[in-house]
Design a protein around this ligand. Structure first.
Ligand SMILES: [Zn+2]
Length: 423
């Protein structure tokens, strides 16, 4: 196989960050009639670039295979909707956005965020590669185009009068196969004093919280501030501010502008985080070698829990069918022998099976009917929300189990406080 090159700086990829083995595409849920067919598995092998230290997957598949019928609809998570609204409430006054501003969101999904600008009468354009999801947005009256973003798309948008005052990208930068083409597009689309904000999971949290299940094929790059800054600098842009957010287990929101834009100076928060990353070792290759042993230990811990539960005759089911659950269950080899079923609020996923491990996905109501002893929360980033929604599990003495950063069971959840973890 051809040697992969770094998708940021082009250096040869030679250093393994973690190797999670062969895994199916995390969003390729299996329909009942597909159960007896072959399923494609691809290596889930993550490298760290020896030169720019970008953590990344090697190239393995074309993006159109991945995104053409994407099942994820942002609006199914209450906390994510609240997060999007809070962002619009913050950014609109901070940059004086108004009815003549132009807001472009890349990977705008079902319009979960842009709908908040529409409500304020600010013109928006959503760019969404998945046609089925874009249709949902259009149905809600949100101006949306079905496109992949890059240099070519940006030139077309500028020609159509869509040079942007604000370009938003939430959980898209990490999913971009051609990183340099994407950032070049941002540079072209942005007005001279415009602003880009991008959110993505922070590599520092991934490593410190052992969030290896957030690694999946659709997620090509895993950024530190140090690594992302180099990509923007290569295209004449600077990261002048940064916020650390609790979303997706710990994300960064970066604020970028043209290097020439003197109205935006690099601020205290960006400087502080950069030096924190340097102190923690993110500017040295050695630091990245400490990750693999932690991942292997987490696998052994989850399997030990599931095996002992099974031996004690306990009934264990899952909650949620997120991409991260598919990485976790495939890497750990957990099938219906250890986890009877999972449930999900999204009707798009109900009635289907998790890729690879073929665990069935039901409606959450199933949990009330079967009264399991343990509910393994796969979207651990929504842990509090799930425990509140499902608090009736304690009526029959059921417990919640969270797999990451370490396997932990909770006997119940009451008024925002966890009572005694019990395993
Ligand atoms: Zn590199």
């Amino acid at each position: 196989m051809a040697q992969s090159m770094c998708r940021s700086c082009g250096a040869k990829l030679e250093h393994t960050f973690v190797d999670l083995g062969m895994s199916p595409l995390a969003n390729s849920y299996v329909k009942p009639e597909q159960l007896n067919r072959m399923e494609p598995f691809y290596p889930l092998h993550v490298y760290v670039c020896g030169k720019c230290l970008l953590v990344q997957l090697e190239q393995f598949s074309s993006p159109s295979d991945i995104f053409s019928d994407y099942a994820y609809c942002s609006s199914f998570s209450d906390s994510w909707l609240a997060h999007a609204k809070a962002y619009v409430d913050m950014i609109t006054p901070r940059y004086s956005l108004h009815k003549h501003s132009r807001i472009v969101e890349i990977a705008s999904n079902d319009g979960y965020l842009l709908q908040n600008f529409v409500a304020r009468g600010i013109p928006v354009l959503g760019i969404e590669p998945a046609a089925n999801v874009a249709e949902v947005a259009k149905g809600k009256g949100i101006n949306t185009k079905v496109l992949f973003f890059g240099e070519k798309t940006a030139l077309g948008l500028v020609g159509d009068g869509w040079s942007a005052d604000l370009i938003i990208g939430n959980n898209v930068l990490a999913h971009v196969p051609d990183l340099n083409d994407f950032v070049k597009g941002l540079k072209l689309l942005l007005k001279p004093t415009g602003l880009v904000t991008m959110e993505f999971p922070h590599l520092l949290q991934l490593m410190e919280q052992n969030q290896f299940d957030t690694i999946y094929h659709e997620h090509f790059s895993y950024f530190s501030l140090l690594a992302v800054e180099q990509v923007f600098a290569r295209h004449g842009m600077k990261v002048f501010d940064v916020e650390e957010l609790p979303t997706h287990g710990g994300s960064l929101r970066i604020y970028a502008a043209h290097v020439e834009d003197v109205s935006k100076q690099v601020g205290r928060r960006a400087k502080e985080l950069k030096s924190r990353e340097q102190r923690a070792g993110y500017d040295r290759l050695d630091h990245y070698r400490s990750f693999s042993p932690k991942v292997e230990a987490a696998k052994r811990a989850l399997l030990s829990f599931l095996i002992s539960a099974k031996q004690e005759g306990k009934h264990v089911v899952g909650y949620g069918a997120p991409a991260k659950g598919n990485t976790l269950l495939n890497y750990c080899g957990v099938r219906t022998d250890l986890l009877d079923y999972t449930v999900d609020r999204s009707p798009h996923k109900q009635g289907q099976f998790l890729p690879g491990v073929h665990i069935p996905i039901y409606t959450p109501e199933r949990i009330r009917q079967t009264k399991p002893d343990y509910v393994l929360i796969l979207p651990w980033n929504l842990r509090d929300e799930v425990m509140q929604q499902m608090s009736y599990v304690r009526e029959w003495g059921g417990q919640f189990v969270v797999p990451i950063p370490e396997v932990k069971a909770y006997s119940c959840y009451w008024r925002g406080f966890f009572l005694e973890p019990c395993a």
